[in-house]
Design a protein around this ligand. Structure first.
Ligand SMILES: CC(C)(COP(=O)(O)OP(=O)(O)OC[C@H]1O[C@@H](n2cnc3c(N)ncnc32)[C@H](O)[C@@H]1OP(=O)(O)O)[C@@H](O)C(=O)NCCC(=O)NCCS
Length: 201
């Protein structure tokens, strides 16, 4: 490798490998191929998929298997955490994906979704808070980018409670809706992160 190429390579600061994280009601763990059936059940629900950019409809077990092999095998530095609630069954996920910026540095992108049977219990606030708390232990200076479709008030509420700020608005293509959808970009800096205030007592 020549010197010019070395200089152009973004420096990626890595966290630890995808961990197991325990919160009050949940256990988050790395994914397994056996999660494919549960993932397909969750993501074949249009009410879940419509809020995500990259999930097609219909969604089959094979789509889940393809995703597990390419994204959740542990080969990447990304954290792809399966959410479970006491019985080890996959009910959702939280992801932190490393993304190079055009300035040669690195940012982390937060994503998440939950099976509809488990909505409105405060689970995702708890899961994301626990994940970020653990993540900042490894990378205390990291900034986390995220976002949501503008009609996703539950998701924007979670992010606001945790300390994310809205930084931009754009249009993002949703595979499930098959159209461009108004989208809000958000950013979290470590000093704004307040997990305990976000979680319901
Ligand atoms: C968004 C999603 C993850 C939320 O999961 P959840 O476990 O139900 O979320 P929580 O219960 O932790 O928190 C939701 C918060 O939004 C609030 N909320 C829910 N629906 C709302 C609405 N229509 N308008 C405003 N606030 C709303 C809830 O009251 C709660 O706030 P509170 O704890 O202060 O009362 C879940 O609905 C989901 O998976 N949706 C589909 C996929 C998705 O949207 N992923 C995120 C993409 S950015």
């Amino acid at each position: 490798m020549n010197a010019a190429l070395l200089q152009a390579t973004p420096s990626v600061v890595l966290p630890a490998p995808c961990p197991v994280i325990t919160s009050e009601r949940l256990m988050l763990r790395p994914h397994r191929l056996e999660d494919a059936t549960a993932i397909a059940e969750s993501l074949s629900d249009f009410k879940v998929a419509r809020m995500l950019a990259r999930v097609p409809q219909p969604y089959h077990r094979q789509d889940a298997l393809d995703w597990l092999v390419s994204h959740a095998s542990g080969a990447l530095p990304d954290w792809m955490l399966a959410i479970t609630a006491g019985d080890d069954r996959h009910i959702g996920m939280v992801s932190l994906e490393s993304r190079p910026t055009r300035f040669g540095s690195n940012t982390w992108r937060l994503g998440y979704w939950l099976n509809r049977n488990h909505w409105d219990l405060g689970y995702m606030t708890e899961a994301v808070a626990a994940t970020l708390e653990q993540f900042f232990r490894y990378l205390p200076d990291a900034t986390i980018s995220s976002g949501a479709f503008a009609d996703n008030l539950a998701s924007l509420n979670i992010q606001k409670k945790l300390g994310f700020r809205i930084v931009d608005a754009n249009q993002v293509f949703s595979l499930a809706r098959n159209r461009m959808v108004p989208h809000v970009e958000t950013l979290l800096v470590p000093e704004d992160f307040h997990p305990t205030a976000a979680i319901r007592p």
